[in-house]
Each structure stands twice: as structure tokens, then as C-alpha cells.
Design a binder for this molecule. Sequence first.
Ligand SMILES: [Zn+2]
Length: 408
Amino acid sequence: MTDTHAITGIDRLITGDPALGAGPLGIIEHATVVIDGELIAWIGPDAEAPRVARTLDGSGCVGLPGLVDCHTHSVWAGSRANEWRRRLAGEDYSAILEQGGGILSTVRATRAASFAQLVDDCAGRLAAALDRGITTVEVKSGYGLTPHDERRMLQAAREAGERVGVDVHLTFLGAHTVPAELRGDRAAYVRQVIDEQLPAVADLADDIDVYVDRGAFTAEEGQAILQAGRDAGLGVRVHAEQVGYTGIAEAAAAIGARSADHLERLDEAGIAAMARAGTVAVLLPTAMLYLRDIAPPVEALRAAGVRMAVATDLNPGTAPSGDLWAAATLACITMGLTVEEALIGITAHGAAALGRDDRGVLSTGKLADIALFRTPPGEPVHEDVLVQRLDGHRAALVVKRGRVVRGT
Ligand SMILES: [Zn+2]
């Protein structure tokens, strides 16, 4: 009992559980959350709250489940700012890649970086995430592309997460691109991913991912890699239907993928397969914006009842932003999400995309991952303002697994 404390007086608490409060977001006004150890012990209106000796004041704030960024590439070295200039001047990404730029330049820099450097840089990114109220971050490998370098990336992410106090969900993405040394022999590289890289990371990784697209891996190669990952006990997720249509979203759903991500060119068969399998659609509006791409078929996903998550895709090239609030705003503006869908997308559905049902919703027995936000001066204390404003909101208070890690 010594570990019990409470946050009281939260103006609007978005629980994500419609049974607990008003509307689809389950909003409780003037709310209290009682925390025992790592978990939520009680949640409800202040007036009905049990007496707790130690309390924090949540007045003037909108409260949410700790945000979940379910798609990032948060471990890398080097910069791609110079390539951005070239892309602004009209150069094509695939042309830059074939000249050894793009992902390939990040692979070179990441392999050359020390382990300490990778951990430090990733920890800095995760600390910035925590400042924004993000308490769970998925991190992919994919800039190592050898058994040793892929494992090193995942270890760096794990160590950075432990240092910062953010839960890191580790995804093995050896099939991100074909490395320079095997550029002429894709089949040999696919064999290396399955036979050498996967065994080297299987004890560390939670999930496996493949970048299936024009200029990357084929749907057939992707399926073989994902199946091998599943056989090794990993969850399945996939970069799907982004630049060109390949059919991988449908195939991945058929083997029980947790999520299919990007989806700008997803078709009806893919949507139906995802709905059947309960595969979460992860929308990445920052990448869509930087690539000046078209929007995924949000209306059809909604009509089919596919859950939609929103993530940053944080990476040094096509989505150089770890701001999940900005992604939520962009998902509304450029993809047509409602405010409610955006908020569920960065909380409950983000957690669902990772297969983690212990978070993303605030109710008794769930992890006490909670983020409180103030709104800008002159604005009401309301979640609409947080989604409307493209301001990179920093949290006033963050509780991670029951511990106050930001604010007081
Ligand atoms: Zn990605």
C-alpha cells in the first residue's frame, strides 16, 4: 500500500474506454486516477474517489493514456539533411538511393558509429518522445543489414529505453533494403536475413517487419521472411502498399499480422483481409507529407471496421519528426481522420498495433501510463485544441508505470 498515490482534479480525462465516461473516448470530467505500484487501482470522478494520502493536482489539464508511437526507426547515425535539399530541387528518391544515398547512406553511418553513440542518440530521441507524453515506442532495426549490425541496433534501442524509462517494442527489419555489398544478388540477401540475421536477433526482437515495395522486396520474398519470423515466435508487421501496390497487406493479414503500415495504395482485397484478421492499419502522415504522396483509403478502412493507428515513422530521411501530436493533426488534415480517431490512433490503437493490451486505455488493472497536457494560453482545456494545434505539445506531467517521470 505504501506505493499508492493519485492524480486528482483532471479537467478532462480521456480514458479510451466508453464504459467509463462520455462519448467514444470515454471522457470523465474532474477525474481522479488512483495508482498502486505500476497499475491503475481506481479511476472515476473526483466526487466518488477513495481517499488517498499522496496526491498530485491535475487541474487545468487534459489527461490521456501515455501515448504509443507504434512505428519508428529511432536508431540511426548520420544525417540526410543534404538529400532533402536535393529532393526539394526535384531529384527522385529512388535515383538518390541507387547512387548510394537514402537508406544506404544511413546504413553506412550506422555501421560506422560506436555502440555508445547509437545508444546516446536513440536515448535523446526517446527522451524527446517522453517530453511529449509518449511512454511506449516501437523501434525497428534495418540500418545494419548484417547479423551483427542488426542485433547491435536492437540492443542499442533496448539500452536507450532502459536509460530513459520508455518501454521500447523491438522490431527486426533486416529486410529494409538490400545492402550495397549484395546489391546485385537479392536472393542471397533474403537467405541471409532468414538463415543468419533472424537467428541472431530472435531472442531480442518482439516483431519482424519487411519493406515490401517497388525497388525494395517483392511480396513473395516478404512473405517468406515474415513466415520465418512468425515461426521463430515473433509478431508480424509490414511496410505495405506505400509507393507501389504489391498485395503484401493481404498476404500479411492472412498470416495474422499485427499491423500493416503506410497503405497509400491499399486495395479492397487488402482491406477485407485486414478486417478479417484484426490487423491494425498504421497511418504515417508525416512520411506521406514529405513524399508529397496520396492518402491511404481511410473511408474504406473505417467502413470495414479496421482499427487505425497513427504513428510518426521517425527516420532520418522520409519522416524526420518524432512529433506524434503533429502526426495526429496531419492525419486529420491530410487523411480525413476525426479528432476521436486521431486520439484513439495515438493511444489504444497504437497499443493494439503492438499487441500490447495492457496499455493505451485507462481503466482499473491497466498500466499506469498517463500523460497530462495544458492547452495554449487563451484556449479552453479541451482535447480538440491539442489535435487542432500543430505545436508539438509537451506534457505537463507524465507517469510511466506508476512513476512520475516528467513534471511534478
Ligand atoms: Zn517505416
